[in-house]
Ligand binder design. Structure first.
Ligand SMILES: Cc1cc2nc3c(=O)[nH]c(=O)nc-3n(C[C@H](O)[C@H](O)[C@H](O)COP(=O)(O)OP(=O)(O)OC[C@H]3O[C@@H](n4cnc5c(N)ncnc54)[C@H](O)[C@@H]3O)c2cc1C
Length: 303
């Protein structure tokens, strides 16, 4: 579709979260489609590549949510940090609370596209598009984020591991939007890893990416145990995966007792990579196993 055709879409700019939810509810009740526009770095690019719609097909209403104050900002809430879903990657990488308490998320934000994309692209857009290569989803998955979904019916909280139902599919209802994500930060100084393996440093979609975070009880010396373990891996399955088999293998066990063979088997159990323009399935399997193994090696190294 030509980018000029975007101007044919009906357009709205709700002024508050309540107004946006009311708009979504009215349209959903009439069976009418609405596209929420945040940074536009996914949706507008997709429209450019999409075939032209049939002449008589009603175009969805584009509702600009990029200026909704309720979707912005980072704040502490009890033990957790709440991040407005409309927060951009540039805001995330510059936010003092995120850089100090969620360095994994700040590192992932620094690797999303280049600065122009970071200045527009939001967590909500990254989560809602749900690309298998979504860096924000991998980092939020490793941090066991909980999504706050808002509608006129109120707010429901969905753990990120329960959000995706398939390739670019999720449990968001037509009258809902993603309002925020909440993350319980790991203990200060906890080990983490952000590894994005791609063709080049910037503007490249990953061949494989790993986000990982751990908390360790080192009170038993060499018998250090994992008391928290979170992983998110991108570009190895129809959705970003959270490697539950690796978590089950690692949690509560002495690190020294987790051998590389078991780690490799647990990693491979959680992925189903394909050959595509960026890489091959077999290379992805190799890199996935190596990234997880290296993270565990870094945990075993004396602190
Ligand atoms: C050149 C380029 C490089 C890129 N590099 C990367 C990269 O390295 N890593 C990466 O992960 N991504 C990358 N992307 C993809 C994109 O930038 C991100 O996914 C970004 O987070 C999308 O956010 P957005 O605000 O621009 O989404 P938009 O395009 O505005 O929206 C995307 C989807 O989310 C929906 N949506 C928006 N807000 C909400 C909400 N509050 N609730 C529910 N649904 C909502 C929209 O309706 C739409 O369906 C790149 C894109 C480009 C063009």
């Amino acid at each position: 579709m030509s980018l000029h055709a975007l101007a044919d879409h009906p357009f709205a700019a709700p002024r508050s979260l309540a107004e946006a939810c009311a708009l979504l509810a009215e349209r959903a009740a009439r069976g009418e489609r609405t596209v929420l526009l945040a940074g536009g770095t996914d949706w507008i690019v997709e429209q450019h590549l999409a075939p032209a719609p049939a002449a008589d097909a009603p175009l969805p209403l584009v509702a600009d949510v990029s200026r909704l104050a309720e979707l912005r900002g980072v704040a502490e809430r009890g033990d957790a940090i709440r991040i407005g879903a409309g927060t951009t990657f540039l805001e995330l990488r510059r936010d003092p609370l995120v850089t100090a308490r969620l360095p994994l998320l700040a590192a992932a934000a620094r690797d999303v596209g280049a600065i122009q994309i970071q200045a527009r692209g939001t967590l909500a857009g990254n989560l809602a598009t749900g690309s298998p290569a979504a860096d924000g989803v991998a980092a939020l998955g490793a941090l066991d984020a909980v999504l706050e979904l808002a509608s006129v019916r109120g707010t429901r909280r969905v753990p990120i591991a329960a959000f995706y139902t398939g390739y670019r599919r999720n449990v968001l209802l037509p009258d809902e939007l993603i309002a925020a994500v909440e993350v319980v930060p790991p203990a200060p100084g906890s080990p983490f890893a952000w590894r994005k393996v791609g063709t080049r440093q910037a503007q490249a979609i990953s061949k494989v990416a790993l986000a990982a975070v751990a908390e360790l009880d080192r009170s038993e010396g060499p018998g250090a145990r994992l008391t928290r373990l979170g992983l998110g891996m991108a570009s190895v399955a129809p959705t970003v995966v959270f490697l539950p088999e690796v978590r089950a293998l690692g949690l509560g066990r002495p690190l020294a007792s987790i051998d590389d063979e078991a780690l490799a088997a647990a990693t491979l159990a959680g992925i189903s990579p394909i050959d595509d323009v960026r890489s091959t399935a077999s290379y992805r399997r190799h890199v996935a196993v190596a990234l997880v193994r290296r993270f565990f090696e870094s945990l075993r190294a004396p602190s």
